[in-house]
Design a protein. Structure first.
Lengths: 340, 340, 340, 340
């Protein structure tokens, strides 16, 4: 099978680093460029000593990047910035996997309400595909723009979507209590990511109805169920580097066992979703460094079932899922280059 | 003010160590003995190098302990064992603060159902007082047996009780999602407390309706409200040593602002409860090493309010609350010897 | 005994916070002001939720601070800045404990060589006393300016000074390999203190002859021995918040047992130095939160003895030692207000 | 290239798990069996949820294992136990990579002195090869028994051996101060590996001349130099899961720059040794999860040079190096299946 040439924008974020490492050993990729605005002109190892096989690659500016011909482009840039810099690639016909939030929200008005600025490329929204392979595989196959899902949404959507799609299953009063490692907050310096502040600390933030990932989660849950779904979502910062665990409470007419059957049915051929037995509660260490999402369902009380899911926020929650999307888009083996 | 003589059973658990440290610097206590079955005959420093001022104290056996005359006895023994060993002290009229679960549950049948064995001293249940000072202060003052509350229950009860006591406030569909440091699992060797297993990991356990602390929480919530209250409770193990954060979801006819007012009113004179502003979400590091419980209320959605509380599981969740109870029982200043 | 009024400059550093907490419960101190350039006008709790009893205190600017009459002033400011702002207090006769490096080095030329700028107040150097109570107690008693030692120097000097003072003991080829928690790097945002970079990482820095604390260590070792002493010093950053462990290798004509005897003799009446048995190797957790320095000596090989010492860098390595100095200066009980 | 069939004894240790994960994705290996005495009959996932592709494999007893025909056998058993169980495989001509200490020490008397029991198979010692590929590659190629080096020795030997082999370079007074993650202490339950004891703690152990790895380090340094070499070695336990950093002090007639040249020369074609520039101090996070050893040399003082090396104790310090040895023994590409 023929290799493809790829480029990465925003390669010096934690997500970028993870992507560089994955693609650096992917059997069917040639890394044409790695780009960074802040570190242009310097070798990757100036930013991360642990960059492995690509440590000697010199980072180029986004401007320079545009002159390269690549078949697939990954963007790890922040939202708003991302859509802007992708446009020239889009016009040249490059297939794009955007890890920012820019193309995740179908409605530019909803995007604007949550992200507090006009959408930078509303004309492209219609053709962007939400890159959750377990749900949109066939659309991803032919998409030019894939919007890679957020880390929290991935962990909340995977257990719930099969239930919401099932017409005989009612799911109400969803509360997602999510726990994330500090790498999810990025590499930018801020007090909440300072070691002394984050270590030996558990801290909620943006709880209830204020975190931006809510609009992404609700959009996909609503599409799955065919009617408006609303959630309560409470993220927490954990004293660890990697991983998201989501504990999701919902009211339903189903037993945990029935929920498990529905999920097993939905995911039986999925290479990266492991539906666990009822007693085997997922834990972040079980999926660290892998592209797996572990999930199960457990008894709440009469009316409530508890879903628990675990992912590595940098792999299944970001770079790994992006590679999975690329594998689908270019008709590679889906598991190629992905750690399990 | 006159000092009292005290003794500690089960002094070599993490809770025991914390208690020894607190009482070692308490201005009104004389430590008559520290006792341990496993380490009897050896100095405290054989068990904990960090025992501070009591490191040279030699631990005595529980049998030997009984021969000492003390005015106040603390037990950090496991449930079942605890009630047994307390009896001789009780008969001599010693006032007792039991940190085990043995005297927390009023109904011996409920105790038996959750703890899977007959209650070891049902005849004493009636006179035992649940040692949550903010609720039972006046009963504690004259009690001979105080049952020190569990760590999780302390963190869940303090935000909810004022609401449940308020006749105009409805509280339903309570879900408590709690996150605890590893010290809460004790010093006994087990794989889940092994550094390599617990580090870089978030792991739920006994979620839903299976953790023993549920019977204690429901008993006190029901007493506060005057009718049966039932909860869903999901504990999680965090990669840190100390602290519990509880994120509590409930349906109510009150706004978060109203909940805050009710809590402020209830706790305005309490030295160890800090009701925070709505935006100031509690974090475990803010209360580490102190006897504070920080709590606040925040928006969920139309029907749901979120309470967040943080305590140090070894202080307000165990040893600190025990000292607070002693201060009340012996008419000391309530804050004496307690870190803030 | 009469209380004294005190003020703190630079109160919002980690050292400042630790000092505020210690002085907030000290039985003989009245906190006249807490000052911060960056946070002037805001309550302490805006900076640290965990400030305990002083959380409502409003921080004042250094300029405002000068107008207060205090009997003792603590400065937690950075070097150079510190000496400057202390001058007006000095002129009013206030007794000063400076936690910066400004008054630790007796020779302004040496200071300039290591700190890369002219000394800001060379005229005061002669009267400043190096605030290591175990060595300079009598000078501290009457000093107007006490230079509180650095954290690494405290951990390296305490095991070695008794040996160097002993005329029959030879000590050569000293190598100090020190391991520090991240709080030692301060609260300023930098990549090396970012949680994701520091967690699960051990990293040496400024090893050999490049760390500034070398001049302070060599000055005091040379004064103790009466001749020039030179060391190799290698600090390392550990994935934890608090603590310094120094493993110190040196060639000597003494056995570890003889070193222990000399140290025991020197420290027998010291309240904050615990000379351990040979087999009991110090560990940072044993001294965390206390003002203790634990130390011992152990076999290297024929020619080499290994000293190991452990302190809490924020307590014995900074704020606790400063309070100890104050206790000596004002003739308080030496252990007053200090955690053990 | 043809695949080989392999078996693993002691597969449920941390080293075993790492090996299982590496071999599970190795392109040229077929896993014939995974064996464990304690867990025989149960699937791998009963022991480790995170076992990836082999989670459904059922563990077999060592007795059962012997009946399998494999071309290469890995043993992750403890010393003494290991040699015993390897014998039947040896007799069948199976090529063996032993990760225990049993075949590392050439002299059965030295082994007995350090390991406190008679060597279990002294007749095989002569033909066993010390599996440090950078030194013994050609012997490994044809060996039937390869003794995989210890984790600490790997980190200490790689920087020093090129210098000791160089006839014009003097190396004396070697002191190795090593810092290890807790996984190095294994999965057996003990208090020093309990999360609460190891977290927020730095602790030396077996310092000076008492750790068993000394005999292995001194044997190889002496062989490299052609004369007896003796060291001081001080291991420390760090609050992290993976990684060893060794800071090595030695007296030499060479400058750090010259040491670097010698090491670069020695390792220029080595795929897993990265000789860093003088300013670029290795850190454990830079090599975590990889088979790299990063090393450099830095200024001590006139007479002393400091070597710093970093490895992942479970990869280059154990399982990764074992796979490297297998690649050499079976003439595979040396980097096959190894993370970089």
């Amino acid at each position: 099978m023929k290799s493809i040439s790829i480029g990465i924008l925003g390669a010096t974020s934690y997500t970028g680093l993870e992507l560089v490492k994955l693609l650096g050993v992917h059997p069917l990729c040639e890394l044409a460029f790695v780009s960074s605005k802040s570190y242009a002109g310097r070798p990757f190892s100036d930013v991360f000593a642990r960059a492995g096989t690509v440590e000697d690659r010199v980072l180029i500016s986004p401007q320079e990047a545009v002159s390269h011909s690549v078949e697939c482009l990954f963007s790890c840039l922040p939202h708003a910035v991302s859509a802007d810099l992708l446009l020239p690639f889009y016009k040249k016909g490059v297939r794009i996997i955007d890890l920012s939030a820019d193309f995740r929200i179908r409605d530019a008005g909803v995007y604007c309400r949550w992200y507090k600025h006009e959408h930078p490329a509303p004309q492209l929204l219609e053709q962007a595909v939400f890159g959750l392979p377990e749900v949109y595989r066939e659309h991803i196959r032919s998409a030019q723009i894939v919007a890679n899902p957020g880390c929290y949404p991935t962990s909340v959507l995977l257990p719930l979507i099969p239930l919401l799609k099932d017409v005989d299953t009612e799911v109400n009063a969803i509360i997602a209590d999510s726990k994330s490692g500090v790498s999810g907050a990025g590499r930018a310096l801020k007090l909440t990511s300072h070691f002394v502040e984050a270590n030996e600390n558990v801290k909620p933030y943006s709880i209830g109805r204020s975190h931006r990932h809510i609009c992404e989660i609700e959009q996909e849950l609503s599409l799955a169920s065919g009617s408006e779904v609303s959630i309560v979502f409470s993220p927490h910062l954990m004293p660890m580097t990697r991983g998201i665990l989501s504990t999701i409470y919902f009211q339903t007419n189903r037993s945990p066992g029935e929920c498990l059957s529905i999920a097993r049915q939905a995911y039986q051929r999925e290479p990266f979703v492991r539906v666990r037995e009822r007693g085997e509660l997922p834990a972040t260490a079980d999926v660290a460094g892998t592209n797996y999402c572990d999930l199960t369902f457990s008894d709440g009380n009469d009316a409530t079932v508890i879903a628990v899911s675990a992912i590595d926020n940098l792999v299944k929650g970001a770079a790994g899922q992006a590679v999975h999307n690329m594998n689908i888009m270019f008709d590679f083996k889906e598991t190629a280059g992905l750690p399990r």
